[in-house]
Design a protein around this ligand. Structure first.
Ligand SMILES: NC(=O)c1ccc[n+]([C@@H]2O[C@H](COP(=O)([O-])OP(=O)(O)OC[C@H]3O[C@@H](n4cnc5c(N)ncnc54)[C@H](O)[C@@H]3O)[C@@H](O)[C@H]2O)c1
Length: 258
């Protein structure tokens, strides 16, 4: 798919994997709309890239519709990359046998609400807008990327909520691609391994944590660079024969229980 003369919406585009994707899409000629709850960083990057920022909590339908309008006002929306997501670590049961120490159920709901329901909210609304695009020569109107995680298959101790939310995205991929094939929209999911982004926090403790994570990677033995994720996103959007797939991007790492 040709990415020029069209707009692209990147949720979670203010930071990490989403920010690198916004940079790559802008370099490829798309008008980028960064949809994020981080107004300051989102606005700064949008200005740098000559794109637009839309304050957008992906769980809020009004926000999402308005972010889509920001894109379609400029050019047809042909690419949507869902990077917005949050993490949570807590074991299912506590150590003292009390019900109060069991996994915080509101936290579980929140993780699923943002990562799974929020992503679906963006997809259903953005696909509706895309369905009105003029088709290209082979009937294609757009393409979307969801961002899962290898935790969908190998969730570690304490990752029940996060892994369930990402597993939901993996399971969504095929039915979404089937629903949207009729209007010529492709849907693929990338399941990243361990990438060096602000999701792991900042400071000496998080650097030490990231070093430990890197030692578990098969080859190359390091965390991934956000640009490596963005490169696969671009290929996924451009390659017309790639549809309904979940692609691991993880340098061969397989996560152990902890
Ligand atoms: N970094 C990794 O190792 C890794 C691995 C696997 C999967 N992922 C997934 O990749 C995606 C991007 O992660 P990242 O590492 O770049 O994290 P990040 O924290 O750097 O970026 C996430 C962005 O999402 C935004 N966001 C959070 N909640 C939002 C909401 N409700 N609406 C809109 N925006 C919201 C944040 O403000 C932030 O800008 C996430 O879905 C994450 O689960 C990351």
């Amino acid at each position: 798919m040709d990415l020029s003369n069209s707009s692209a919406l990147i949720t979670g585009g203010a930071s990490g994997l989403g920010a690198a994707t916004a940079r790559a899409l802008a370099a490829a000629g798309s008008f980028v709309v960064i949809g994020d709850v981080d107004d300051e960083r989102g606005q700064r990057l949008a200005t740098e890239l000559g794109g637009a920022f839309a304050h957008c909590d992906i769980t809020n339908t009004e926000d999402v519709v308005s972010a889509i309008a920001t894109a379609t006002d400029k050019a047809p929306l042909r690419a949507v990359v869902n990077c917005a997501g949050i993490a949570w670590v807590q074991r299912t049961i506590g150590r003292d046998g009390s019900y109060a120490s069991a996994h915080d159920i509101d936290a579980f709901r929140r993780i699923v609400e943002v990562n799974l329901v929020g992503t679906y909210n963006v997809v259903r609304l953005a696909a509706t807008a895309m369905s009105t695009n003029d088709p290209d020569a082979q009937g294609q109107r757009g393409a979307m990327v969801l961002t899962a995680s290898i935790a969908a298959e190998e969730g570690q101790i304490g990752q029940a909520a996060y892994a369930a939310s990402k597993g939901g995205l993996v399971s969504l991929t095929v039915p979404l691609a089937r629903d949207l094939a009729v209007v010529g929209i492709r849907v693929n999911t990338i399941a990243p391994g361990l990438f060096d982004t602000p999701i792991y926090g900042e400071g000496p403790a998080s650097e030490e944590f990231k070093d430990r994570l890197a030692s578990s990677v098969l080859f190359p033995k390091r965390l991934g660079h956000s640009e490596e994720f963005a490169g696969l996103v671009l290929e996924t959007l451009r390659n017309d024969y790639l549809n309904a797939a979940t692609l691991r991007l993880d340098a061969g790492v397989r996560l152990g229980p902890k």
